[in-house]
Design a binder for this molecule. Structure first.
Ligand code: URA
Length: 236
C-alpha cells in the first residue's frame, strides 16, 4: 500500500469522513507510532501504528452503505453528551462501525446515508458529480413566485451566495405551503436558512432523495443496505 495523508488513512479505516478526520487530528485524538499528531501533512502507511482515541486502526476491506429514513428526534452524531438518541442506534443488527454522511437536524426527517467509507462524503461533494439533494419543506405563509425565483438564483447567507437551486411550489394552504427544493450544496441548516431569508420559515423538513435514490418503501425509522446499483443512483 502506498503512503497516504493521515486524514485519508482515517477515512479508509472507516473512522469517519476526511473532513471530520481533520477535526479529530487537530483535537489531538490521533497518534502515529505513539506520538500525537495535530498537523495535516503527515503521510502514513501500513507499517505505521495509527490509533484513534487509543484504538488501533486497520484498513477496511469492504465498504458498506445504508439508507435510513430518519425520524425526527434522532441526532446525526455518533454520540450525544445530552443523551439524545442517535441515528446509528436505529440500525440494529449492523455490526460494522458506520457513521452518517453529512447531517440532518434533530427535527428533520428523511434520507440519510450511513457508511464506513470515509471518502463517500468527499466524492458526493465533488463539483463534477453534482450530487443533488431533494427536500420537501412545509413553510409558513404563502411564498410569492418571485421569492421562489430568488431562492433558485441564490440568496446571501453568512456573506456568501447560495448556489443555484431548483424550487417548486407543491401545494399551498391558507397560511402555509409545501415546497420541493433541490440543492447541490449542503451548508449547515441551509434549507431552513434559505426559507427564513425569504420570510417563510420552515415548519417541517424532510429530505426525500439523494439524486435518484429515493426512500421508496422505507417507513419512518426503517433502513436498508444499498447495492452498487443504488449507489450509482446517488450520482444521477
Ligand atoms: N437543511 C436544513 O436546514 N436542515 C437539514 O437538516 C438539512 C438541510
Amino acid at each position: 500500500m502506498e503512503k497516504m495523508r493521515l486524514q485519508k488513512f482515517l477515512a479508509r479505516c472507516g473512522v469517519c469522513s476526511r473532513r471530520k478526520a481533520e477535526e479529530y487530528i487537530a483535537a489531538g485524538q490521533v497518534k502515529v507510532d505513539g506520538q500525537t499528531v495535530t498537523e495535516m501533512g503527515v503521510s502514513v502507511g501500513e507499517e505505521n501504528h495509527v490509533t484513534f482515541n487509543g484504538r488501533l486502526l486497520t484498513l477496511e476491506e469492504e465498504f458498506e452503505y445504508y439508507l435510513l429514513n430518519k425520524p425526527a428526534g434522532y441526532i446525526t452524531t455518533l454520540s450525544d453528551p445530552q443523551g439524545r438518541p442517535t441515528v446509528t442506534s436505529l440500525l440494529r443488527g449492523v455490526k460494522t462501525r458506520i457513521f452518517p454522511v453529512g447531517r440532518l437536524d434533530l427535527d428533520t426527517e428523511g434520507a440519510l446515508l450511513l457508511t464506513n467509507d470515509g471518502n463517500l462524503a468527499q466524492r458526493m461533494q465533488h463539483p463534477s458529480l453534482h450530487t443533488k439533494k431533494h427536500y420537501e419543506a412545509l413553510v409558513k405563509g404563502r411564498p410569492a413566485a418571485a421569492a421562489l425565483r430568488q431562492l433558485e438564483q441564490g440568496v446571501e447567507l453568512e456573506g456568501k451566495l447560495t448556489a443555484p437551486a431548483k424550487v417548486h411550489l407543491v401545494k399551498q394552504g391558507e397560511n402555509s405551503a409545501v415546497l420541493a427544493l433541490t440543492l447541490q450544496e449542503g451548508r449547515k441548516r441551509q434549507v431552513k436558512k434559505m426559507c427564513a431569508h425569504i420570510g417563510h420559515p420552515v415548519l417541517f423538513l424532510k429530505r426525500t432523495a439523494y439524486g435518484r435514490l429515493t426512500l421508496d418503501g422505507l417507513k419512518r425509522g426503517a433502513w436498508r443496505r444499498l447495492s452498487s446499483v443504488d449507489l450509482e443512483k446517488i450520482f444521477l
